[in-house]
Design a protein around this ligand. Sequence first.
Ligand code: GLN
Length: 293
Amino acid sequence: MADTITLENLYERAVQRLDDAGIKSARLDARLILMKSLNISHTNFITEIKVLSFSAVNLRVAQENLDKRCEGMPVSRIFNEREFWGLPFYINEHCLDPRPDTETLIEAVVTAFASKRREALRFVDFGVGSGCILLSLLREFPNAYGVAVDISYEALKVTQKNADLLGVADRINFVCSDWDSALRVRGEDQFDVVVSNPPYIESQMIPKLEREVIHFDPMLALDGGISGLNPYKILVPKLKFLLKSSGRAFFEIGKGQESDVQRLVEKTDATLNGLYRDIAGIIRVVDISCGDK
Ligand code: GLN
């Protein structure tokens, strides 16, 4: 057995390697990388850790994936998948890696529209990317219909793939466009819910982002201009055309952007209904309506 290694030894070495490379979540990432690379289930990883052993040949893929993580590539990017709202999403270099913070937005919409869960609501998502927001909502609202807007055609291909995988492709349409010219809505086409997790990082902060973000998330999904507020300046004034009178918009915002976004909302005679905090206690989502127009 000289040329084999047990899972337990392999795991300890992998944790050490990631730790030495400065990866904060070394234990979790080592486990995920080994499970995926060696095709081991969650349960087997725990119950068989002392029993399973591998030859050098089987380990090649695992070692290559550990190398990628040491170079800063997030686990989700190595395997092109990320769980969001309990659902599996395919991701690639054309879309933002879904963050748990963004689940705050889903929670906010689900809570606000709890009494309309079975209605044929109309949703639109600006900068849909992987589709994690819009598709999670379509799963929560089984009779709703969604419009996916993105300037990146490649990103929309990712949304489409996820819509197929999640079984909601028959309730979604795609618009490849910048936001300003995306939709020319008439009265009957207005939306119940507008959502967006737009690029909101201030341009000058981009170089300071973690390598997991700056090297792997598309710049188009991060850079919100000098103030970080460019997307809200485009989207907020459009709400009075986009929303039904009972409609609401839910936007993700960056840390500390709530008062600036509130000022933009007040300037357009819209109403800020509420703010929602993420699991870290940071105000992450704004809830806006336009009322009677
Ligand atoms: N939440 C992401 C980050 O801080 C940014 C996403 C965005 O700009 N919408 O890394």
